[in-house]
Design a protein around this ligand. Structure first.
Ligand code: BGC
Length: 482
């Protein structure tokens, strides 16, 4: 058994589109996921959408009962932009949207559960997308205006703000590819444009908090970056180089401008994309540059490093053949193949169980990002269902053990751990069929009945005892229905 350090807070997370439903209730307007799921249902593996999802808009009080049952110290959830600002702009605040989030925040505070609020978890107002979305540099101001509204409405009670969840996924899958909304598929160009504007928009939101609210509200504001580790298949010089390149493309592109002393995009990425772009006949690099002023504006704009982590990939250039990816593309720019090797699999490749990878990733953040306070804002395991979930408990135990190594042996400053997710929800392009919940949700039930899995009972005990017990005891399943 191992004890959790006093300074490590334990919580759970969800995101608005994945749980709320009520996609067109009151004056809420559609966002890019509403549009994509309605217009192109074949983009979602099981052709479901999140029009209803867990119906948390209606049943949030039951979610709060579940949080109470678990005994979490904080709850990370996200605010849906169009629910609060139906035009996307700050000219009109929805009374219904305001009340919904205001009630959740008040209920949490009353129970001494800290609200940790993500302001953008992928649901961009459709009308802002029609104006270019994250590809339009003006979004830096639009996002800033939206965040100012949130600080004003809720900042007296919300003390931890996350600006943007996972810029990589937004740009790479939504602008460079078509796996996610808005399915722009501008391969090799869109993902880099979005990366620049996302980083700048994050910085704008941080500066607004810092200049206009921090003195009075006394909270913190930061970004969450997908930090699945990227390693080398073997220790050959070429593989090691491939691993180092991959980690900079996949994590450094977003962390380097914000957390490094030098600022700007990482050298490895700048060089590779510039060289490839020149070879391909472009007049300039497909990776846009930051101006010197922008570099300074962005540097140091996160009070903590929000760290999402699920698994690790291993890279090699040994087998890589040019032309195996579209040209131009982000994958071709990295120019390497990857594998999850022979580790235990979950329901999606990105939950392959590689616990030592989280320790490496935390150490990488410590060494490359000026040893920031790290909030693990997501970590969890996806299955195809079942109330007894020893494989999820086992994943959590192994990863938490590795996190404790990172804290105790490597000196990483980890102060929060967040299990993804409170309950089953709409898993983006995988739909409702992939389950990440500590609580099972019956999506066929009108009331979206929630039932505690073995992992919920296990996490409750862990939070109460603050001990990491290596025994997985799922023989008696307690009945806890919400
Ligand atoms: C996202 C979550 C998602 C989770 C599991 C993360 O990339 O932030 O919204 O459900 O991974 O795939």
């Amino acid at each position: 058994m191992r004890t959790f350090p006093k300074g490590l807070q334990l919580g759970v997370a969800t995101a608005a589109y994945q749980i709320e439903g009520a996609w067109n209730t009151a004056d809420k307007t559609p966002h890019i996921w509403d549009t994509m799921c309605h217009n192109n249902p074949e983009s979602i593996k099981d052709r479901t959408n999140a029009d209803d999802a867990c119906k948390s808009f209606e049943f949030y009080k039951r979610d709060i009962e579940m949080l109470k049952f678990l005994g979490v110290q904080f709850y990370r959830f996200s605010i849906s932009w169009t629910r609060v600002l139906p035009t996307g702009f700050a000219n009109k605040i929805s009374e219904t949207g305001y009340e919904y989030y205001n009630n959740i925040i008040n209920d949490l505070v009353a129970l001494n559960i800290e609200p940790v609020v993500t302001m953008y978890h992928w649901d961009l107002p459709q009308n802002l997308q029609d104006l270019g979305g994250w590809a339009n540099p003006l979004i830096v101001e639009w996002f800033g205006d939206y965040t100012r509204v949130l600080y004003k409405l809720f900042g007296d009670r919300v003390k931890t703000w996350i600006t943007i969840n996972e810029p990589k996924q937004i740009g790479l899958f939504g602008y460079g590819g078509k796996r996610m909304a808005p399915q722009l598929n501008a391969s090799g160009v869109g993902e880099y444009l979005a990366a620049k504007n996302l980083v700048l928009a994050h910085a704008r939101a941080w500066h607004i908090y810092d200049e206009e609210f921090r003195d009075v509200q006394k909270g913190v504001c930061g970004i969450t970056i997908a930090s699945d580790f990227r390693d080398a298949v073997t220790d050959s010089a070429e593989d090691v180089e491939a691993g180092l390149d991959a980690v900079q493309f996949e994590i450094g592109l977003y962390s380097h401008p914000i957390f490094s002393s030098k600022g700007g995009f990482p050298d490895r990425v700048v060089k590779r994309v510039a060289a490839k772009s020149a070879e391909q006949g472009y007049s300039r690099s497909r990776l846009p540059e930051f101006t010197l002023e922008e570099i300074e504006y962005v540097k140091g704009t996160s009070d903590f490093y929000g760290f999402n982590h699920y698994s690790t990939r291993f890279y090699t250039r040994d087998t890589y053949k040019s032309g195996s990816n579209p040209i131009p593309s982000y994958d071709d720019d990295i120019g390497a193949d990857f594998t999850y090797l022979d580790y235990e699999k979950g329901a999606l490749p990105h939950v392959t169980v590689i616990p030592h990878g989280i320790r490496k990733a935390l150490k990488w953040v410590k060494d490359n990002c000026n040893n920031p306070p790290i909030f693990i804002t997501e970590n969890g395991f996806g299955t195809f269902g079942g109330l007894k979930d020893p494989e999820r408990i086992s994943y959590y135990i192994k990863y938490l053990d590795s996190i404790l190594d990172a804290i105790e042996i490597d000196g990483c400053n980890v102060t929060r751990y967040t299990a993804w997710s409170l309950m089953d929800n709409f898993e983006w392009d995988s739909g409702l069929s992939i389950k990440f919940g500590l609580f099972e949700v019956d999506f066929n039930d009108e009331k979206k009945k929630r039932t505690a899995r073995s992992s919920a009972v296990w996490y409750k005990k862990l939070i109460a005892t603050r001990l990491l017990d290596y025994n997985i005891n799922v023989t008696e399943l307690e009945e806890h229905v919400f």
